[in-house]
Design a protein around this ligand. Structure first.
Ligand SMILES: Nc1ncnc2c1ncn2[C@@H]1O[C@H](COP(=O)(O)OP(=O)(O)O)[C@@H](O)[C@H]1O
Ligand SMILES: [Mg+2]
Length: 164
């Protein structure tokens, strides 16, 4: 499976989707989070990170650009590149650790870090739909497709659509 669309009626649904993805994460995962300000990217990321076992308070990386965590001895990163004007600004952050095969990496506004980020296994696009949101997933490569296969079985909503 390479694409999947899931309706998210309210914030609780966004958080539930984040927790569902957390149950499916393989050794590592690179997830790009697209969507306007207020689309729900941080809401999703917080629910996901909490569910994989991040015990501390999960801050939005709006000002720090990157927050790092350790989960069962493995690194997890949450980035928000909204304030980046040029990917060159990311050099000093030392983002090499993101490319480790076992790392879990979530990136808000990844389009602002083109060239400085590892390739995505999964891309999530959050858009407004009425008072709720719609989640559109795209998988890239075997690792992403395996996770999306699992997610499509887990979400099981009546009007979820899928292809590929
Ligand atoms: N499915 C949803 N339906 C309606 N509101 C949502 C939904 N998911 C999240 N929200 C709300 O939208 C806002 C999203 O904020 P945030 O997660 O910070 O967005 P972003 O990180 O994309 O800028 C929050 O106020 C949250 O409660
Ligand atoms: Mg955000």
């Amino acid at each position: 499976m390479t694409t999947l669309t899931v309706p998210l009626a309210d914030e609780a649904a966004t958080m539930a989707l984040g927790r569902q993805l957390a149950t499916l994460v393989p050794g590592g995962l690179v997830l790009y989070l697209h969507g306007d300000l207020g689309a729900g990217k941080t809401t999703f990321a917080r629910a996901f990170l909490g569910a994989i076992g991040v015990g501390e308070r999960i801050k939005s990386p709006t000002y720090s650009l990157v927050e790092g965590y350790e989960v069962d001895g493995r690194p997890a990163f949450h980035l928000d590149l909204y304030r980046i004007a040029d990917p060159g600004e990311l050099e000093w952050l030392g983002l090499d650790a993101l490319a480790e095969p076992g790392a879990i990496v979530l990136v808000e506004w990844p389009e602002r870090g083109t060239g400085a980020l590892p390739a995505a296994d999964l891309v999530l696009n959050l858009t407004r739909e009425g008072s709720g949101r719609s989640a559109s997933w795209q998988a890239h490569g075997d690792r992403g497709r395996r996770v999306l296969d699992g997610l499509s079985g887990a979400v099981n909503v009546p009007d979820a659509s899928s292809a590929g």
